[in-house]
Ligand binder design. Structure first.
Ligand SMILES: NC(=O)C1=CN([C@@H]2O[C@H](COP(=O)(O)OP(=O)(O)OC[C@H]3O[C@@H](n4cnc5c(N)ncnc54)[C@H](OP(=O)(O)O)[C@@H]3O)[C@@H](O)[C@H]2O)C=CC1
Ligand SMILES: C=C(O[C@H]1[C@H](O)[C@@H](CO)O[C@H](OP(=O)(O)OP(=O)(O)OC[C@H]2O[C@@H](n3ccc(=O)[nH]c3=O)[C@H](O)[C@@H]2O)[C@@H]1NC(C)=O)C(=O)O
Length: 392
């Protein structure tokens, strides 16, 4: 069964053969009304915790978390972080909780369901409260049943204007270690662009295409990012993931079942986050030159100065047909819904041309799919992920 803790993110059901891959489910357009705040946050964990908390207790508990999180070097932002600031599309309302993690320990703290915890009575703000105390670290998402998502650079996400009723964990695990010449162990929050530039500069081939890609290493592994005939899977040696049971597991490349924009991570029910990846590259004298050519081509063919999320649709499986070509031939370049527009430079890039709402973008995606379907009888499949505001 899928973990309840990663329920906030709705992936387009491309890989599930039992669901039609070709439609945005209707409810995406009309998200369910938010449940009351307390119900959201204090979904009872166990009978002992199920008594209702009044506003004062609620605030006291939040204060308690803040204290713990400060001690662990983490800072929770509550209700203030706007997702539009975390997304390259510049779209999205506030999330209930926001936290940045800079290392593995902090990541574990953010998602863990502390086994070292015990139930205690605590006096907070003059009131007796039930709290779970963990002395080895603080815990947030799981013990409080708050759904969470992990994001890297938000370059492949469409957030909703009403935000996200859970915790957004921003991955800033950014280390890079050179194990041997051509072998790099990299934190999943490390910039994919930066990694690509570094490897090519150091004379190794395989990640030239990563130059100019705005995502993180975690996002690139998760999606098996690719361009110019290269893809992430070609150079991945192994990947370490954190499970929802907060165990670290190592997967070798052949266990990750990579495909076009696919890795087995997308179907792991117990995946909490990709923590780090090891890449194995071959030496090459021409890597940097090739990369500069790719970067130049990208500058000319993509709207790199606009707010976009890269390609909105995957290329159809038939060789030689590209989503961009189909959209252009359907005469849809420049098509606009509110502030969302099909780029005039690259038809598979939809840009926030100013004040686009998430609904504008969803409507534009729907419209383009419909037109391409009518004209070519081809169903385009989304590459981007839409994050549902609330799923419980
Ligand atoms: N070729 C190009 O020009 C472009 C390519 N891209 C690609 O899109 C991807 C986006 O990367 P990025 O901006 O960092 O991702 P995002 O922050 O946009 O996250 C997208 C989704 O990827 C998953 N994800 C990201 N990081 C992790 C992690 N550490 N562990 C587990 N899952 C993770 C999350 O899914 P969940 O919530 O299920 O965990 C998340 O919702 C990259 O592959 C990037 O290369 C993007 C734009 C342009
Ligand atoms: C941008 C992304 O990755 C990109 C990656 O940068 C490029 C370059 O290798 O190749 C893929 O795009 P793409 O298939 O659209 O590649 P392009 O070379 O730009 O275009 C393919 C074909 O479409 C035509 N084309 C392109 C743009 C356009 O507006 N109209 C058009 O007709 C081009 O002439 C070309 O014949 C990746 N997209 C996908 C979905 O696979 C991304 O993943 O977000």
């Amino acid at each position: 069964m899928a973990s309840p803790f990663r329920q906030g993110l709705l992936h387009f059901p491309i890989l599930n053969p039992t669901v039609s891959p070709y439609h945005f489910p209707k409810q995406l357009h009309a998200p369910p009304p938010d449940p009351p705040l307390r119900a959201r946050i204090y979904k009872p964990l166990a009978p002992q915790l199920s008594r209702k908390l009044d506003r004062q207790q609620h605030e006291a508990r939040v204060e308690h978390w803040k204290w713990k999180w400060k001690r662990n070097g983490l800072k929770i932002e509550r209700g203030t972080k706007l997702l539009k600031d975390l997304s390259t599309w510049g779209i999205g309302g506030p999330c209930d909780y926001f936290v940045q993690v800079f290392n593995r320990t902090q990541l574990v703290s953010a998602v863990r369901c502390g086994k070292s915890s015990k139930l205690s009575k605590f006096f907070l703000a003059g009131k007796l409260c039930d709290v779970i105390v963990s002395f080895k670290g603080c815990r947030f998402c799981q013990e409080n049943e708050i759904p969470f998502i992990i994001i890297g650079n938000g370059s492949n996400c469409l957030f909703d204007d009403s935000g996200f009723r859970g915790c957004v964990i921003l991955n800033r695990i950014e280390f890079l270690e050179r194990i041997e010449p051509g072998i790099y162990r990299v934190g999943s929050g490390f910039g994919f662009n930066r990694l690509g530039l570094q490897c090519s500069n150091e004379g190794f081939t395989g990640l030239e295409f990563a130059g100019g890609i705005p995502g993180t290493v975690g996002g690139a592994v998760y999606m098996n990012a690719g361009a110019n005939g290269q893809e992430t899977a070609d150079v991945v040696d192994s990947v370490n993931i954190l499970t929802t049971e907060y165990k670290l597991q190592r997967y070798r490349r052949n266990e990750l079942n990579f495909g076009y924009r696919y890795s087995a991570c997308q179907d792991m029910n117990d995946l909490a986050a990709i923590v780090e990846a090891t890449f194995r590259l071959q030496s090459s004298g021409s890597a940097r030159t090739r990369q500069l050519e790719y970067l130049e081509r990208r500058k000319l063919s993509q709207p790199i100065r606009e707010k976009s999320a890269g390609s909105v649709f995957r290329n159809p499986p038939d060789d030689g047909v590209s989503a961009a070509k189909l959209i252009e031939e359907a005469g849809l370049k420049g098509l606009r819904v509110g502030g969302a527009m099909v780029s005039k430079i690259h038809a598979n890039f939809f840009i926030n041309a100013g004040g686009s709402t998430s609904q504008d973008m969803l409507d534009l995606i729907d419209l383009v799919k419909g037109q391409v379907r009518r004209k070519f009888d081809i169903e385009l499949q989304e590459e981007i992920s839409y994050i549902q505001p609330c799923n419980f």
